[in-house]
Design a protein around this ligand. Sequence first.
Ligand SMILES: [Zn+2]
Length: 412
Amino acid sequence: MRKTWRVEAEWVCGGEEILRDDGGDIEEYEAWCASLQRPWWEHQEQPSAPGLPDAPPPLQGDPIAPVPSLLLPLPLLAPFTFFSSSDAFPTGYVCPRCGRVSFQAHLRHRACPSSHCRPAPALQSPRPAESEGWAVEAECVRDARGVAPCTFVDDACAHGTAALPVSVHDDDMRVFGYCLAGPIQAANSVLLAANVGEEVGQPKNEDGEPPPMSLLGSLEAWHLFAWHLFTCNDYGLQEDASALFEGIQRHVRLKRQLAGACFSSEIAVSTDAPPEGDGLALCAGQIKNFVESRLSAYLEELGSLRVQKIIARAYVNAGKCREPYRAQIEGGACLAVVCLGADAIYSSIDTNTQRDPSSRSGKLASALSVTLIHGDMLVLRGGLFQFSVTRTGMCILLEVLCSPTDNDSAGS
Ligand SMILES: [Zn+2]
């Protein structure tokens, strides 16, 4: 016995019609609506197979047509605006133009990578409105309990880390300095020669008697230095940082790896004036001015420094960064870390142990914990630093490498 089965399938769109509005071009919109009535693999209407009835007319415009069920997961359809929650950051999205589902790789932008949506080579520069990301204000991501003006930092140092004298400036900026122990034996020999008679490993900040600056100067070759530029939550001192926080979100395409928590990008630095309407170049110039002006105003002793490289890293929620933060700073250069948004805590990892694994002098390990609030800057100088970074919410951390200017290099 021989049987013939005939199966009829009806194509219905899966809810894509809600992804796009007419956008002003009604003809294009109607053509797109008509394309939804056919399977995506069949662009042209095909004649019915022999023996089968003709295909039913499209359902478009039929007021009593059955509403197709939405096949796409709803989170993929959510708009990406400042209403998007950092706690439930989207993993992906559906492109309303071509229907491609993409990974949400950028912090504040969406750019469909399909060939249909990629701009033609002649149109590589999208209009500013299309290239600009959305932004939230710093106040929205900071803990409301930590925004009141304060005088003292929430830093801690021990095990060979000495606190330098605090300098208070006319605009209320406070600079807290720390000297982290370098190679212990070398430092001890200098201290003994200076008749200090105590080990570098002993904390010196507990008795409120910081070591003399001249002695620290003689130890500079063996030590690491860190300065915390503390804004005291002063609104005036945080104003530029708030503008940077929003500008970076709008103009810098911070990107993450698949399933990564860190959105990062290197921002090109130029000494030329930014071209008209180039938000990214304008943003780079603002970061450069921010860092250079603060270094010259509050850390004059470091000499004249120029920004060489800017790396921005952003995180959407609280947590501890998986990889420790490492920075090798040579010569007269320094690294400035700028915190924007929620607080970030940098805790030093013992660099001595890293250099000498056989060392048992655990009590001599250097330790420093610095809590950076919005607008604060951590300046590092002197060698290899390793920090674990803990963030308390959505924040952007700028790592800015600064080198001495040519004149200073020639003079020193
Ligand atoms: Zn697309």
